[in-house]
Design a protein around this ligand. Sequence first.
Ligand SMILES: [Zn+2]
Length: 57
Amino acid sequence: MRVKCPECDGDIPIPDDAVPGEIVPCPDCGSEFEVYLKDEGGVELKPVEIEGEDWGE
Ligand SMILES: [Zn+2]
């Protein structure tokens, strides 16, 4: 299964056994997305928000 990348419109391959919450990277732009399974079937991708980034400075 393939889903359009929300960032670059490229094709992101989704494993058949993908589970909700799984992180998939876009091979084209390198963005990472979280897999959501839609109730009506199919897969939706949501950008992974990196919050509270702390570099330990
Ligand atoms: Zn992309």
